[in-house]
Design a protein around this ligand. Structure first.
Ligand code: NAD
Ligand code: G3P
Length: 348
């Protein structure tokens, strides 16, 4: 057993991922305050040590204390783990910045890009937090379904920050025998991989919903990785990151699992439901929808070819049918598989 110093940590967002990560931190002996904005849910956490809507039949460790008061939750907590959907990041960080008096480290665990501003989450946090309050921003990402983490099944993730020591400190807070944490200095690659895999997972759900098989799934994962890496590298990421946990790792786990909300939403779209029906029925965040909009804009901005993102955009926002979208992808002009290799061969 690794001996750790005990810290007070506030987890902001009591949905699936915030609750599962609170469990990891509580298992490591930390004093965990779990903040949520729904009083009945916080009452359930404190009274029954459960969070049935998000993690059915899981008993939470007793050292997780639920809070509805944000002030109480973050008081004395030097590390804040932000676990709300990308859409809520600015609102929540703003509320924290108003209350907070002392510098803090913010660990974000969300996977998205903001449409229009085209900002990564760490950039949004930096923009919304006065610099005297922000010690550093760390991202925790990788192939990790809350459902499996809450069952203490083996899971690996990566933490990244502009300050390596801060990433290592957060690695120490989370790591245990079920939850292995690596570091990677490439924060752009880690955030881009985590956000854009949701687009490919929606597409993988669609092909499954249409009744296509493993060949289509493998094609989406590998060609999806190619377009994510193509954009990421243009944005300043290391190409190596995309062959790691937050690249191919997260693509595999999200495109092949019924736990994935993005895959499940895509599956329903492939079976013929419309987007609004699907989102109304999910009851949890499906990040890939907004991220498709953002990635479509990023592809335009960086002049990068992203065919899967483009056809998914047309399905989600331009009423193109899922079946037609697959046909459009398959009928594209012929091309080389490896762009770098093509350059090496003198552009043949
Ligand atoms: N669930 C997973 O397995 C998992 C794993 C890795 C990363 N993530 C990422 O974590 C982030 C959160 O996902 P989740 O699975 O916990 O989502 P979720 O839908 O299960 O829970 C989201 C929580 O945020 C709360 N919330 C929403 N808007 C809010 C607001 N304006 N103010 C305060 N609280 C608000 C909701 O009430 C809910 O408690 C997403 O970006 C997701 O991609 C999820
Ligand atoms: O349920 P999803 O589709 O939001 O995916 C959950 C995690 O991001 C998988 O790593």
């Amino acid at each position: 057993m690794i001996m750790k110093s005990v810290e007070s940590i506030a987890v902001i967002g009591a949905g699936s991922w915030g609750t599962a990560l609170a469990m990891v931190l509580a298992d490591n002996g930390h004093d965990v305050r779990l903040w949520g904005h729904k009083p009945e849910q916080i009452d359930e956490i404190n009274t029954h040590h459960t969070n049935q809507k998000y993690l059915p039949d899981i008993t939470l460790p007793k050292n997780i204390i639920g809070h509805v008061s944000l002030g109480e939750a973050i008081e004395d907590a030097e590390v804040l783990v932000l676990a709300v959907p990308t859409k809520a990041i600015r609102e929540v960080v703003n509320k924290i910045a108003v209350i907070r008096k002392d510098p803090m480290t913010i660990v974000h665990v969300s996977k998205g890009i903001e449409p229009n501003s085209l900002m990564r989450i760490s950039e949004m946090i930096e923009e919304e937090t006065p610099s005297h309050l922000l010690k550093s921003v760390v991202v925790l990402s990788g192939p990790s379904h809350a459902e499996e983490v809450s069952l203490r099944q083996p899971t690996t993730v990566t933490v990244s920050s502009k300050e390596l020591e801060e990433a290592e400190r957060i690695q120490d807070l989370f790591i245990n025998q079920h939850f292995r944490v690596y570091t990677n200095p490439d924060i752009i690659g880690v955030e881009i991989g985590g956000a854009l895999k949701n687009i490919i997972a929606l597409a993988a759900g669609i092909t499954d919903g249409l009744g296509y098989g493993d060949n289509a799934k493998a094609a989406l994962i590998t060609r999806g990785l190619a377009e994510i890496a193509r954009l990421g590298v243009k944005m300043g990421a290391s190409p190596l990151t995309f062959s790691g946990l937050t690249g191919i790792g997260d693509l595999i786990v999200t495109c092949t699992s019924v736990h994935s909300r993005n895959w499940r939403a895509g599956n329903l779209l492939g079976k013929g439901q419309n987007l609004q029906e699907v989102l109304d029925n999910m009851g949890m965040v499906v990040e890939g929808v907004r991220t498709t909009k953002a990635a479509h804009q990023l592809a335009e901005k960086y002049q990068v070819t992203m065919p899967i993102t483009d056809v998914l955009y047309s399905v989600l926002f331009e009423n193109v049918s899922a079946k037609d979208a697959v046909e459009l992808l398959m009928a594209r002009g012929k091309t080389h598989e490896m762009e770098d290799l093509t350059n090496l061969l003198g552009g043949q």
